[in-house]
Ligand binder design. Structure first.
Ligand code: ATP
Length: 369
């Protein structure tokens, strides 16, 4: 398999639009790397540059230490799986999978062996004689994967491969791709705009915005230690709540004032703000819905950050409930146990877990603590 290196990669389209700006990333052999970000952030453009389908405007792309900027797509030893599968309708599953190998004049016996091996891995053995129209969406997607696998490429590139499938199939295929990655021991770059897909599949995730890398980290680290407001808001569902607060610093005591409430930060969090730079300034508090709770235990444990509010929305998810409310004019969400007695219209108390709180610089949007 292969390692990849992207150094100062930029893409400027002929109309002058800069879709990718100074992209730097080292991808190790066997990594499952995800490019995630909102529509238009440059995910596909970057992937297409790696594939050789889009010219690199400046910067250097290497595969296994060899610069490939000017290498033809077919000579890059890369296989790409797209969202629309692009299967040949008149060919059987076997022929669809064998097609690329036939073009390369691989001996017949070898083709048969490779297609059968891929069919076994993907559980397509019984479907080899069928045409694509006689397959389900998930099976078609597996054939598209099979076509990539038989080529035994150094790198797999996948551009939203599950976006055409219904929700249930997507979850199933997600698990299949994860196990495929393990079995093949392959290097995979996978593009999605779905943060759940990114979180469940990736060993590392690259979060992009406007052609710029916002953060590259493991799913856990992105969730727990976002570098900035954008990543904090993009990763996690429902989204992290953001709340303006005025910072007050007295000696080594740091408090954040939200309306009538004053939250005193624990020493570990306070130390990043203690230099006084933020005294009197507005900062942004970030708190995930799952870190806001109406239980008696939470109200007692986080006495300094208890807010009085009113339930403006109630959504039962099953074992949990989403409560909607406002604090100081800002709409917020809490994910609490479904054993809650809170109902629509009720006046309630909610406690924020101060230890799970993030604080961002309002101007730079970077994480302070
Ligand atoms: P999506 O999730 O919607 O597919 P993406 O993150 O993959 O989005 P890209 O397809 O990489 O985004 O596009 C990045 C930006 O470059 C977009 O603003 C898009 O409009 C622009 N773009 C793409 N192709 C061209 C082109 N040929 N000429 C000019 N601009 C382009």
């Amino acid at each position: 398999m292969a390692s990849l290196s992207l150094k100062n990669i930029c893409k400027k389209y002929p109309n002058g639009f800069e879709a990718v700006k100074d992209f730097n990333l080292e991808i190790e052999d066997k990594e499952f790397i995800i490019f995630v970000g909102p529509s238009g952030c440059g995910k596909s453009t970057t992937l297409r540059m790696v594939a050789g389908l889009e010219e690199i405007s400046s910067g250097e792309l290497s595969i296994d230490g060899r610069i490939v900027n000017d290498v033809e797509p077919k000579d890059r030893d890369i296989a790409m799986v797209f969202q629309n599968y692009a299967l040949y309708p008149h060919m059987t599953v076997f022929d669809n999978m064998a097609f690329g190998l036939k073009l390369r004049k691989v001996p017949k016996e070898e083709i048969k062996q490779k297609v059968e091996e891929a069919a076994r891995i993907l559980d397509l053995e019984k479907l080899l004689d069928r045409k694509p129209k006689a397959l389900s969406g998930g099976q078609r997607q597996r054939v598209a994967m099979g076509r990539a696998i038989v080529r035994e490429p150094k790198v797999f590139l996948m551009d939203e491969p599950l976006s055409n499938l219904d929700a249930k199939l997507r979850v199933q295929m997600r698990a299949e791709i994860a196990s495929l990655h393990q079995r093949l021991g392959a290097t995979i770059i996978y593009v999605t705009h779905d943060q759940t897909e990114a979180m469940t599949l990736g060993t590392r995730i690259v979060v992009l915005k406007d052609g710029i890398i916002m953060q590259v980290d493991s799913p856990q680290k992105l969730y727990n230690e976002p570098n900035n407001l954008f990543v904090a808001g993009f990763i996690g569902s429902p989204q992290m709540n953001f709340l303006d607060a005025v910072c007050k610093i007295e000696g080594d005591k740091v408090s954040l004032k939200v309306g009538e409430n004053s939250i005193v930060l624990p020493p570990a969090k306070a130390k990043k703000l203690i230099d006084g730079r933020y005294n009197g300034k507005t900062v942004v508090i970030g708190i995930r819905p799952e870190d806001v709770d109406d239980s008696q235990a939470a109200l007692e444990a986080h006495k300094d950050s208890v807010f009085n509010t009113k339930v403006t929305g109630y959504e039962l998810l099953g074992s949990e409930v989403l409560l909607y409310y406002t604090i100081n004019g800002t709409s917020m969400t809490a994910k609490v146990s479904s054993s809650t007695s809170a109902r629509l219209g009720d006046s309630i108390k909610l406690a924020m877990d101060i230890n799970a709180m993030h604080v961002f610089d309002k101007e730079t949007e970077l994480t302070i603590t």
